[in-house]
Design a protein around this ligand. Structure first.
Ligand code: HEC
Ligand code: HEC
Length: 233
């Protein structure tokens, strides 16, 4: 069943990518775009809010969303819609169900504790602020031996296993396509690798397209394309 379903989803993957809009985004569009307060976003990012249990994001994600620690993703220059959606995904769902974005072994992500105390306005503001920051210290590709395979997967996918070209959704230069498709260029390769494995294992279930795609990739495929993507500009 999963296979059949996945083929159907797959055939229309690109179309879905363009037309699926989450209810909250659709509602925003109807009401006019919510205007994030960049000053409040910057303040929360840099200082947190001790009284409400909000930890300063800068302590892990670095100045202006330029992380120096590969386990913590770069957030600078990522679309605000994507960032907002991720913060929501780390929080428990209505009725107390577990978040759709979990960590290895299905345990809670570090981010669930960080996103828990945020209000709707906090999430919009901090996402708005980060989307305006420049990626000043992008990660680089580090493994020359993987470049050829990585580039092939990025540009052409793995046709024999129905893996589509990453470039089709994440854009040829890895900058992503707002609002849905995140930037991968300049992201830490080990983070990209971890996320692909989380999608594959179903622990990150907030992106059905990626769950289908990662499900068809081997560890060496994942390693090669992650390294290649990190080096894109
Ligand atoms: C203790 C360190 C730490 C702090 C503090 C922290 N984060 Fe994170 N953040 C992480 C880690 C680690 C991940 C990757 C989590 C995962 O994959 O489960 C992450 C992931 C994210 C993501 C997803 C990025 C993507 O590319 O999908 C967003 C958005 C984010 N954090 C925003 C924030 C914001 C906003 C704050 C402050 C309110 C914050 N983080 C505070 C460690 C931290
Ligand atoms: C059909 C469109 C599509 C294709 C093709 C695609 N992706 Fe994605 N990808 C997405 C979407 C949509 C998301 C955001 C999921 C979410 O909202 O959490 C995403 C998210 C990701 C993320 C998480 C980024 C982060 O910051 O946490 C990684 C890593 C990723 N994709 C890698 C790849 C790789 C590698 C390929 C090629 C093998 C690929 N994607 C092909 C649609 C696509």
């Amino acid at each position: 069943m999963k296979r059949v379903l996945s083929r159907v989803v797959f055939a229309s993957g690109l179309m879905l990518g363009v037309f699926v809009v989450s209810p909250s985004l659709a509602a925003d569009a109807a009401a006019g775009p919510a205007k994030p307060d960049m000053v409040k976003g910057a303040q929360l990012y840099e200082q947190g809010d001790l009284a409400r249990g909000v930890v300063a994001c800068v302590s892990c994600h670095g100045t202006g969303g330029n992380s120096t620690i590969p386990a913590n993703p770069n957030l600078a220059a990522q679309s605000h819609e994507y960032l907002y959606k991720q913060l929501v995904s780390f929080r428990p769902r209505e009725g107390g169900a577990a978040p759709t974005r979990k960590a290895a072994e299905g345990g809670p992500s570090v981010m669930s504790a960080m996103a828990g105390p945020l209000t709707e306005a906090d999430m919009l503001n901090v996402a708005g602020y980060l989307s305006q920051q420049k990626l000043t210290q992008p990660a680089t590709a580090s493994n020359e031996k993987l470049v050829e395979r990585g580039q092939k997967i990025w540009r052409a996918g793995i046709p024999e296993r129905n893996v589509p070209a990453c470039a089709g959704c994440h854009s040829p230069n890895g900058a992503g396509i707002p609002a849905q498709f995140p930037r991968l260029g300049g992201q830490w390769s080990s983070y990209i690798e971890d996320q692909l494995k989380l999608f594959r294992a179903g622990h990150r279930a907030n992106g059905p397209m990626m769950v289908q795609i990662a499900d068809r990739m081997s560890d060496p495929d994942i390693k090669a394309v992650s390294d290649y993507a990190a080096g894109l500009r």
